[in-house]
Write a protein that binds this ligand. Sequence first.
Ligand SMILES: [Zn+2]
Length: 183
Amino acid sequence: MNKSTNYKRLKTDEFIDEIIVKQIPRLKTSGMSGDEWRTSARITMKRKGQTVFETQYLSMEIALAFLPGLFIEVCEMPPEDFYERWNKGTRNTECMQPGCSNQATHEFRIKHQYHDGVEQPEHEGFEYRVRFCAVHAERGDSDYNDRSENLELLSGDSKLIGQIPPDDISQAQAYYVDLTNDE
Ligand SMILES: [Zn+2]
């Protein structure tokens, strides 16, 4: 029996990964009151370099006031035409690391599914996969689901995995709280 292949977005995938808010000048012409430059503010929301949603407001201030609600709305319910394109087209050809728009070069089978740290029973007939570019094919060892040990490489050059640009690496922040009371 052929298994149905599923690609599940990572839990850090917020859908929209880029927002541009831009003031747009426009010359308003009028024979009655004269010509003048007006401005409006355009919000552009993108996912992996593709425009998902665009809208315009009278000013930057108004655009920014609407932005938080609009972000949630678009992430929860992207416009149908985009969703259609995304599903049929490039959805599964790009790296699944949120914030990366590279084409995926490495495909993996997820060995086990975990929920709250507990291994879930196999779903017969279903296979869960992820795809990444060479940089993001290294998944670390922290998360239950999303870690290198839980992935089986199906395609892509294993020798290219793990070459991460130094600028993309950050040390975890450590906070020291002094609990001694010297008062
Ligand atoms: Zn990537």
